[in-house]
Design a protein around this ligand. Sequence first.
Ligand code: AR6
Length: 171
Amino acid sequence: MIMRVIKDDITALDVDIIVNAANKSLLGGGGVDGAIHRASGPKLLEECRSLNGCNTGESKMTDAYNLPCKKIIHTVGPIYYYDKENSKELLENCYKSSMSLAEEYRINNNLEKITIAFPCISTGVYAYPKKEACKIAINTIKEINNDNIEVIFVCFDLENYNIYMEELKNE
Ligand code: AR6
């Protein structure tokens, strides 16, 4: 299981799949979602409109249009103060459902290995405590233990980057 962390803008990455921290409408928003829609272009919104939204913890895949990556997986993280005691399971489900879609993509395209890049889901507007969210991300990916998918955690802010560096040191 390869996991690593970088500090970067996820829209710039030339990987197989990037994950978007979207909302249930899948029709765009602020934060990483806004950045992805701006960089990908209007065709992304058009495709997203056809998906009829997405439940919290679930994921849907689209093309990447003007982005350098090949596909985008849109997942909906929990809203920490709204989803409350279900937040942990819902955040785990985001990583699980995204990894399932990524594995399906890998198999359908006869690829030996792929790389997926995750943002720090729910740790912005949705206010999930960063350290807890980081532990959930790492542990969920570790449990899935898929050697054919390289996972990159993409941190935009220095605080998340330092947390991930610290947590991954112990892996
Ligand atoms: N690349 C990588 N990470 C980024 C980027 C970027 N370009 N921009 C921000 N981040 P947020 P959420 C980081 O708020 O908490 C949207 O409006 C950011 O520093 O984007 O899941 C959606 O439409 C933070 O660590 O997502 C939803 O309504 C992380 O991405 C809502 O926000 C997540 O922050 C989702 O909230």
